[in-house]
Design a protein around this ligand. Sequence first.
Ligand SMILES: *Cc1c(COP(=O)(O)O)cnc(C)c1O
Length: 415
Amino acid sequence: MTPTTSNVVPCPEVESLDAILPEEPLLMMGAGPVPIPAAVAKANAIVINHLGGTMAKVVGQVKTMARYVFQTNSKWVLGVAGPGSAAMEMAISNLAWSGTRVLSIKNGFFSARMAEMGRRVGADVSLLEVADRTVATLEQVEEAIRRVRPEIVTIVQGETSNTVWNYHLKDIAALAKKSGALVVVDAVCTLSTMPLEMDAWGIDAVITGGQKGLSSIPGVSLIAFSDAAWERVKGRSHASAHWCLDASLAENFWHNAGYHYTAPVSGVLALHEALRLVCAETLEKRFARHLKCSLALQAGISAMGLQLYAPAECRLNSVVGIEVPTKDRPDLTPGDICGHISRHHQVEISGSFGLPIVRIGQMGEQAREHNLFRTLHAFGRTMIDLGVNVDLPAGVAALERSLASSSAKGEALNA
Ligand SMILES: *Cc1c(COP(=O)(O)O)cnc(C)c1O
């Protein structure tokens, strides 16, 4: 018999990773993923049995540490194999179904995603549209709650796309709670970079990813449900269509040491180490580090002569948005800047979904002084190379001044 060759797929010739990856790793200073500490990288290289005593101990510690980071005593902490978006979908697809009234406060790209996920499970989603670079006022939220009578309110703490911080979050959660709605908060960008107190603020579900504030790898995320939210999950009359994201099935693995699907063991070990480093640092010191570094970076960028995108009162510190300057170079695009700084300085920064800005992250390991100096210098040089008139020495001086003065203040406080 002669073999038929027509359907045979030939073995491909490809390049090795060594040939593809840059010789010197790029410094990841964009809107995520962010650099990971050595302990996280080491854990991520290990595979263990996804069931059994060792894994159960790791999972137990992950939940305990996550409760500290979420500031909750709720039992219902779960991990998710998937991006931050999978945790968002886990929240919405377990808490909402056909006809559920959802009010989504939409500040931009990511808060719109939450609304879209609600529509896809058949929920009756109403948007509170917030203008770019502003936050919803309490009056607007109150009015929307009266009109919509939502069972669920969704909101993002930090809208990474346009770098807006929803600083009314605590009061908005209180308004929603008073009306009897459950509050779902997307804290993918912000968790462990700035205060969020799930229990004290009355939040019913908090979502986070690995690769942003926590400085872990992308692909393993965390979610916490309040008792009230968990009651709604357990009281559903029909199972969610999303089998992998079904919180009741995930309970098997995350609470009963049983099988749901094979957990991403390496990623869970990496997350364990990322959380352990947060605990070792403490939230207070971590928030202070992020604030100090982000404000210094903002001071440096402003002193160079560039404009920050979000107004000061609602400016997100975890990701800094910078307007693309078009005075000297009307045709300059975010892609030009990101491409140049990556190729010439081995520093990665981000554009933003069509907005005329570039973004520099201040999440986890990004918020370190040595990374700030390298990034600000690379950014200023890039601008000059691209024909934009900036005062780079003034920027670096302002960065140093801001870091030095907040160190002095910190020492005075500790004295
Ligand atoms: C990054 C981000 C997401 C999405 O996370 P993925 O891991 O890309 O799915 C959602 N919300 C916010 C606020 C984010 O910053």
